[in-house]
Structures are given as C-alpha cells and as structure tokens.
Design a protein around this ligand. Structure first.
Ligand code: ADP
Length: 628
C-alpha cells in the first residue's frame, strides 16, 4: 500500500505546528474535541433539515485511555468522513472542511449550526503529543468505513476498515516521555479530566470517560479496589449563555471566584448579550481589590476568549483598554475568524468591534455605580482610580472623554471625594478656574500657604495626592470648558484693581532688593517677587512655566539622566513683617540679607516637601541667628 505524501505546503505547516505554533501541547485535546463537536453539529443540522430523527441527546464524545498501549482515543458519533473527505480534510492542511460546510449553507437560516474550526490545522496538533495517529471514520449513511494512518511529516495511508456505527474514532499513540515533556500526562486520567475542564467545559455535548474510583475492599481494612464509572467531564451549559434572570448573585460570584481565583466577591458584574455588527456574550467582573501585582509590570490584562464555548485564549489583551485592565471575565463569540492557531488570534476587525463595545459597557456600569451606589464606587476608585488617571494621561489624553466623569478627587470642602461635575456645579459665580493643589497627604496640602488665598475667596480646591494627578489634569486641559489651575501657579489673577496697583507699586520699590536676593541665591530661582497668593505666611515657592513643583518632585524619582526642573519663584508676602526686615537689611547689611534669602528659600523648599540642598548649612545659619 503506497504511502501518500502531504502536499508540500502542508509538510511545512505540519512541521511548524509540531515544533512551534502551540505553546501548550495539551491544547491538542481541545482541537480534537472541537472537531468532534463540529462533526456532531453537522449531523444534528442534517437531522433537522432532513428529518433523520436524531436529537441533541443522542450525541456524545467518548474518551478512553489505555495505559499499557499508551493510547488515548477520542470517539464521536458525528457526521463522519468518506474516503474522499479523509483524503481532502486530513491530507491537506489549511483546507478546512468546516469552512466549506459553513459556506455551502449560507442560504439556510439556521443559528444552530455553528462551526468552531475555521481553518484546517487543528487536527494536526495531535502530532505534538502522538507518534502515530489513526483516524477511523464512517460517514453517516455510508456502508464503508476507512482508516487514515500517519506517523507525521512523512505522509499517510488510507485503507478500508471495519466500523460498526457512523462517526469518527481517533487513536493517538502517545509519545514516550522526554526530558522536557511529560507525555504521560496524556494517558493520565485526572490530567485529561483537567484539560477537558479547562478548555472544553462548555462544549454542548457530553464528553465522557470511564473514571476509576478506588475504595476499601469490603471486609478488609487496607486493601483497595477500583471500580469504573462513566462520567461526564464537562459542565456543558456556560453560565454566560443562560438568561440573566436565571442566574443568582451567588452563582455569578461563585463563578468569578472559581474561575479567576479570588477570595472575595467582585464589586460588580457585567453580563451582556450583543447582536449586530458583532454577536457575542460577555461576562465581566470588577474585582473589589487590586491584585497584589496590579500596579506592576508582571500584571497581565485580558479577557478569556471563547468561540462557542471553546476556550481560544486565556488572556486576550486586545479586548480590554489599558484603563480598564482590572476587569476580569470572558467573551464568547461565534463569529470570530480564527487564524492558523487558535492561540494566536488575528487582530481582526471583529475583535476590535467587540473591544470597543466592551469598553462602553464597562464605562456605563461604572457610571451607574457612581450614580446609584456612591460608597461602592468610592471603594472601587480607591482600588483602581489610579489606573483611570493613568488612562487619562497615557495616549496624550485620548482617554479623556471616556474617563473624565469617572474620576474622583479629594476636595478642600469636606476632605471627601468629588467628581469634576460636582465641582463645576458648585463653582462660585465669579470663579474662572478649577483649582488644585498637590502634596503628599490631604492634611499637608490643607496647610500649604499657597492654598490660603483661594480658600479665602471661598473657592473649592482639588487636593491631589497621587503623583500622576497633575500630569493627568494637564493632559485634560479643561473640564466643562473650565481650565485647571494650580493654586501655586503664581499668577491666579484674583486681586482687585486696587490691590493690583498697590502690588505694582511695592514691587517697583523693591525691584533692586529682589534682584539682589535672586543673585544671592545663585541661579536656584528664576525670580524673587512679592506674592499675590499669600495672606499671612511669610514665603512660598511657585513655578513659572508648565512644569510644576509637584511634577519636578515626581520626575526626580524617575531614572533619567537629566531631571527636569521647575522654574522656581520665591514669593515673599509683603504683608508679613519679614518684608520690612528684608527692606531694612537691604539698606544696612547686605551680607545678612544674603543669608536671609538663603534661609527663606530653604524654608520654602521645606514647606513644599522638597529636600534642601545642605541641611547642615541650614541648621548652622539658623543657630547663628539664634545666638546673635
Ligand atoms: P478545522 O477543524 O479547523 O477545520 P482540522 O484540521 O481540525 O481543521 O480538521 C480538518 C477537517 O477534517 C475538518 O474541517 C472536518 O471537515 C474534518 N474533521 C476533523 N475531525 C473530524 C471528525 N471528528 N469528524 C468529522 N470530520 C472531521
């Protein structure tokens, strides 16, 4: 009997398949089970259209392990294959019978026929674990059965064989163990059970296997015997395919905890069924806490991706935008086009449409929570708010529209969270800007001299405590047409005309003194001037330009060759007695004024929470003053 060669293309593909495409060898079982399920779908479909009288309950997939012979068999009672089909389907890779079948039936409106495999490579994954593959098949309605046999790349044979009933039986001769791979797994009952559960739990036909249970032999105390029972390994109906009304909160939560390995209930779930440009079911969860590695490089975002109940990919990153990377869950769609390997899903259009619509669903759910259950939302925000703010910042503000109404900031009013909408709604009539102040903690910001004037006007201030905050706001530019403004921006434009005139005059008078002080500080500040924002405190630092002091602090913690510096301005309060002291010194003792300038600058740094260059020198200068 002549051995036929695989077509050249097929040979290369097969080689690739065996050696590299699939990273987890265990997925061969998923492929073969999916094929069996497809074959049963086809026969069931035929039965519906041709009145054969078969019902769903008549179908099953049987797995059997023979440890002695090192074989694993997968038997189905699906539509089977004729000799030609064996030849065409299994002899040529990338010629998918499923694909053809589906196209041939496009005029028939039938939702029940859904074919998982779209491109003909799945079957060959068997060679990742088997040294020999035998396929015995009898097409439904045919008298003859045929056997396809292959040991891999060097070709295959097709011969007649005996087979009682229609369907297909695939026998894999499992490879011997190697140093890298424990092939014994694939003839080990509990391993096979695990693989079926992991990848094929929601196949809608029962996947059965004789499973051994050992128990004490009757009448003995230490002798065990094993009895075998036919068990269905898969649970068949996926939770997400049930109607929402049939699922209890407990069921949702239990599913989440089991599937996504969390001890705590999720804070919310989102269950959607969508039809239209993309048809899919999605079941997503928002965890109540951030996983320990969430804000690290190790965290991998993504949703599980199923094609009709068959797991294609465990973490499909393309389904989730980064700003919602905390979401766990799954998507099941029948109309995803799968590429050569189900593990390496094409970045295709369908997937993008689904991703976009999931993004909307997540946003809506969060919005709903924010509106209806503030306490819950604040809990959520405490866990994941940082990620939303990163979302605004990354991508040059592209996420702004999506995220701006989901942000919370602490407020100077009640030291509680406010949304930007709430802030704007209660802005004072004459208030032009949305004010913010940055610092390490709420308490520290609340005491900042720079907040005095704005507070005095009765304006609300957003207290920013996360390092990303200012960057995010700068990226947003405005909200509801109100620009964001730092209270430390120096020029807040809050004075009356009278105050302005007075300031101008004083600044003019002290021009030379400020120039002297600037000089004394040797380039550390861009300017020394009379403060417009201080009310009682003596000094503070502000910055000119776009880089704020807070940003300088953040950037200084990042590894970089040249850390960007804010353009610092030392502001002196003309209402504070220190101002008169400085003026006097300028007339009488310039050396001392120099020391005062340095001391004031260091104090301003300390107020700002920034390090002073030479603390010892600072202390010495103070002590000298104290002992004079
Ligand atoms: P795919 O399933 O992606 O089409 P495969 O290489 O897994 O590609 O299978 C090739 C073809 O062989 C299938 O499309 C199908 O027509 C046929 N086939 C595979 N397994 C079976 C089976 N158990 N019963 C009937 N036909 C099968």
């Amino acid at each position: 009997m002549a051995k036929k060669q695989f077509k050249a293309e097929s040979k290369r593909l097969l080689d690739m398949m065996i050696n590299s495409i699939y990273t987890h060898k265990e997925i061969f079982l998923r492929e073969l089970i999916s094929n069996a399920s497809d074959a049963m779908d086809k026969l069931y479909f035929k039965s519906l259209t041709e009145n054969i009288g078969l019902s769903r309950g008549d179908f099953a997939i049987d797995l059997a392990i023979d440890k002695e012979a090192r074989t694993l068999t997968i038997t189905d009672n699906g539509i089977g294959m004729t000799k030609d089909e064996l030849e065409n389907n299994l002899g040529v890779i990338a010629q998918s019978g499923s694909f053809k079948f589906k196209n041939d039936n496009t005029d028939t409106q039938n939702d029940d026929i859904s074919v998982i495999g779209q491109f003909g490579v799945g079957f060959y994954s068997a060679f990742m674990v088997a040294s020999e593959v035998t396929v015995e098949s009898k097409a439904y309605g045919s008298e003859e059965a045929y056997k396809w046999y292959s040991t891999g790349v060097d070709g295959y044979t097709i011969t007649d064989c005996d087979k009682d009933s229609y369907g297909t039986k695939i026998t894999l001769k499992i490879k011997d163990n190697t140093e890298e791979e424990d092939y014994d797994d694939f003839i080990t009952e509990y391993k096979i059970k695990g693989i079926v559960r992991k990848y094929s739990d929601y196949i809608r036909y029962p996947i059965r296997m004789m499973v051994g249970h050992s128990h004490l032999k009757e009448g003995t105390e230490d002798q065990y015997e094993t009895h075998y029972e036919l068990e269905t390994l898969n649970s068949m109906v996926p939770l997400w395919k049930k109607n929402k009304s049939e699922i209890t909160e407990e069921e949702y939560n239990k599913f989440y905890k089991e599937k996504f390995f969390d001890y705590e209930d999720p804070i919310a779930h989102i269950h959607t069924k969508t039809e239209g440009t993309a048809t899919y079911n999605a079941l997503m969860y928002i965890p109540s806490k951030a996983p320990f590695d969430y804000y690290s490089k190790d965290y991998e975002k993504g949703l599980q991706l199923y094609s009709n109940g068959v797991l294609i990919m465990d973490k499909c990153a393309d389904l989730l935008p980064d700003c919602f990377s905390f979401v766990k869950g799954l998507v099941d769609s029948a109309d995803l086009s799968l590429n050569i390997s189900r593990e390496m899903l094409q970045h295709d259009r369908q997937l993008k449409i689904i991703a976009k619509s999931l993004e909307r669903s997540i946003k809506n759910e969060l919005n709903k929570m924010l509106k209806n259950d503030r306490e819950k939302y604040e809990k959520f925000f405490t866990a994941f708010g940082l990620q939303l703010k990163f979302g605004v910042y990354n991508g040059f503000g592209a996420g702004k529209e999506l995220l701006k109404d989901l942000l919370l900031f602490y407020s100077s009013f009640e030291k509680k969270y406010v949304t930007l909408a709430e802030y704007v709604a209660r802005m004072k009539e004459d208030q032009k800007y949305i004010y913010f102040a940055s610092g390490e903690t709420i308490d520290k910001i609340d005491k900042l001299p720079q907040t005095e004037l704005v507070k005095d006007k009765g304006y609300e201030i957003l207290y920013l405590v996360d390092s990303i905050d200012e960057f995010a706001l700068q990226m947003m530019v405005d909200y509801a047409e109100k620009q964001f403004k730092s209270v430390a921006a120096g020029d807040l434009d809050l004075e009356t005309d009278e105050e302005k005139a007075e300031l101008k005059q004083k600044s003019e008078e002290s021009k030379d003194m400020f120039a002297f002080m600037k000089e004394a500080l040797g380039g550390k500040v861009k300017d020394v001037r009379i403060s417009k924002i201080l009310k009682t405190h003596a000094v503070c630092l502000t910055s000119d330009g776009i880089l704020s002091l807070e940003m300088e602090k953040v950037l200084s913690h990042m590894p970089s060759e040249h850390n960007a510096k804010a353009e610092k301005v030392l502001e002196i309060n003309a209402q504070n007695p220190i101002f008169d002291t400085l003026k006097k010194l300028y007339e009488t003792d310039k050396d001392k004024l120099k020391i005062y300038a340095e001391l004031l600058y260091d104090q301003a740094l300390l107020i700002e929470g920034m390090a002073i260059e030479d603390p010892v020198e600072f202390s010495n200068k103070l002590c000298k003053l104290m002992t004079e």
